[in-house]
Design a protein around this ligand. Structure first.
Ligand code: CIZ
Length: 300
């Protein structure tokens, strides 16, 4: 039997749903029930009626799904799929920063561990970070762990003071302002769409900055024939299928997240067969982390 069919059979047998992040390999996106960003996938996990959620993404995403759907079995097919950005912050460091700014709320990017979420007041994703910060009652806030996204948000919400944790996405940080200038020279008239995890100098020179879902939506309505993408290459194939009349290029050849590329159809099949790795989040973390996720979901 071919692997795709085998996965479908096991999916039925397990009453499972397969969620895949926009950065996953094309062949993994193809076999998923839903493909999206972490915000969309978190919501789907929370609302799903399946018994098993196979999360094709990285650890913090599967952990978030488990927190939102605690009665379900949440499987991460590749145990080693982590996130260097999420690893750039730990609970002790965040506690020290909070102690230096007593009473200041912590807005924590979804790219963080359950333990760091549990220490924070409200979650955000790149799709809703600006709305989350705007909705804060406080006039200052700690933003962790992505300083590039934090800088982007601070520019959109100038009436609040941002205290930024100094983390960054190692993949998006590869793009330099010079890459944008070079792309403009090579493709005059092209539209350049970047992720706010890119360095602020890159965001400043681009035509648009937004989450992967915002980039997908913007590319679909762009009047440019050539669109240049400054985010992980997983969105490219989808864009090419979605808009066959346009040409898409990657702003930098290094926009490939090695962790996101670990999951393969074979590892999805194995996860369904062996029910591994089943994600567990201890109650003492899951409860406060759930509260900060719920606060985000109430906003948007
Ligand atoms: O929010 C996400 O899923 C990430 C990590 C990026 C994006 O913009 O989709």
């Amino acid at each position: 039997m071919d692997m795709k069919m085998e996965i479908q059979e096991w999916k039925k047998r397990r009453n499972a749903v397969i969620l895949a992040h926009n950065y996953q390999l094309d062949e993994v996106q193809e076999l998923a029930d839903f493909v999206g960003d972490s915000f969309q996938l978190s919501r789907l996990a929370a609302e799903s009626t399946a018994d098993v959620i196979v999360f094709c993404g990285v650890r913090f995403m599967a952990e978030t799904a488990k927190i939102l759907a605690p009665t379900k079995l949440v499987l991460l097919p590749e145990s080693e799929a982590g996130c260097p950005l999420a690893d750039m912050i730990d609970v002790e460091g965040l506690r020290e920063l909070k102690a230096a700014h007593p009473g200041v709320p912590v807005v924590c990017y979804i790219n963080s561990s359950a333990a760091v979420k549990a220490e924070s007041d409200i979650c955000c994703t790149s799709a809703n970070a600006v709305e989350v910060v705007r909705a804060l009652a406080a006039d200052s806030y700690i933003f962790a762990p992505d300083a590039h996204l934090g800088h982007f948000v601070a520019q959109q919400v100038p009436d609040k003071k941002a205290i930024l944790w100094d983390g960054f996405c190692v993949t998006h940080a590869k793009v330099r302002a010079a890459d944008v200038r070079q792309a403009r020279k090579m493709h005059p008239g092209a539209e350049i769409l970047v992720h706010p995890e890119c360095h602020p100098t890159v965001v400043e020179l681009a035509d648009f900055a937004g989450s992967t879902s915002a980039i997908l939506a913007r590319a679909a309505v762009s009047s440019a024939e050539v669109v240049i993408i400054g985010t992980e290459m997983g969105v490219l194939e989808r864009l090419r299928r979605q808009c066959p009349d346009k040409r898409f290029y990657l702003l930098h050849p290094g926009l490939v997240c090695p962790n996101m590329k670990k999951t393969t159809p074979a590892s999805v099949l194995q996860a369904l067969q062996e029910l591994q790795e089943s994600i567990l989040v201890e109650d003492s973390l899951a409860k406060p982390a759930r509260r900060m996720l719920d606060r985000m979901l109430e906003i948007r």
